[in-house]
Every structure is written in structure tokens, then in C-alpha cells.
Design a protein. Structure first.
Length: 147
């Protein structure tokens, strides 16, 4: 189950599709009974999160908080709670313009990127980056979201 929360004062019509893209990622990874949240915030909010939790005093595009390192430990209802994905709408808008693609593509990319972080994927090394980014692009291609 994916819950999306828009904590900005702006309407984001793309969120319905972003939710479908994330469900595609869940299906691709053959996961069942997982739960996580996607929270859309502004630059100020994500800047504070980045500073307070990562010690980096600037805004970022996406930040994730995994709630369980041991994915075998479900909650009492049998769900595995993965955590939260925070996405800066401001950064997503500026990056979509910078990269020359739609806001839908950028929000979908950031959401899927955060999803794979919740699953334990990372991009600290070239090898890790290749694996993670390949998975992300496969999900976006399945749903037909291209650059």
C-alpha cells in the first residue's frame, strides 16, 4: 500500500500517476503486504530534514527514511512497513526544467528512486549505481514514462 501526501499548498495532478508507477515497482519486485508513504514538501521543509538528519545544510530532491532494516519483521497486521519518501516539489519542478522533461517524469523518477532506497539499494559505488538506476529505468519504461 502506498500513501501519498501533498504537504504543499499547490495542486499536483501528477500524483495519481506517480502512485500507479510505484505500484508497478512493487509488482516488478514481487512484493506483497508492503506499506510506505510518499510526502511531497517544499524546499524549506526538505532542507530542514536534510540538515537535521543528514547534517547537510541545503535542500535536496528526495530523502528517504527506512523504518525497518529487517524486512522480515511485519507489523501486527502482517504488513512490512518500509518507511517514508520525502520529495521536494520545488526541486522536482526545477530539475524537470533543467533536464528538459515533464514534472510527471521527474516526480515518478524521484518516487521510484526513493522506493529503491527503502528496499536497501544505494548508489555509493559505480556498481551499485548501475544496478539501482537500471531497476528505476525499467519501472519507468514499464509504465511508459520516458525522458
Amino acid at each position: 500500500m502506498v500513501e501519498l501526501f501533498n504537504q504543499t499548498d499547490r495542486e499536483i495532478t501528477e500524483l495519481e500517476t506517480v502512485e500507479k508507477v510505484l505500484k508497478t515497482a512493487i509488482e516488478k519486485e514481487k512484493l506483497e503486504n508492503v506499506e510506505f508513504n510518499v510526502i511531497i514538501v517544499d524546499n524549506e521543509y526538505i532542507h530542514n530534514l536534510n540538515r537535521d538528519y543528514r547534517g547537510i545544510d541545503r535542500e535536496t530532491d528526495v530523502i528517504t527514511f527506512a523504518l525497518e532494516d529487517d524486512k522480515t519483521m511485519p507489523d501486527p497486521e502482517g504488513k512490512v512497513i518500509l518507511g517514508d519518501i520525502y520529495i521536494s516539489l520545488d526541486k522536482a519542478k526545477s530539475q524537470s526544467k533543467e533536464y528538459g522533461h515533464s514534472l510527471l517524469r521527474e516526480l515518478s523518477f524521484l518516487a521510484v528512486h526513493g522506493f529503491y532506497h527503502l528496499l536497501g539499494y544505494d548508489h555509493q559505488t559505480k556498481e551499485e549505481e548501475e544496478v539501482m538506476f537500471k531497476k528505476q529505468e525499467e519501472v519507468l519504461e514499464i509504465y511508459g514514462i520516458k525522458r
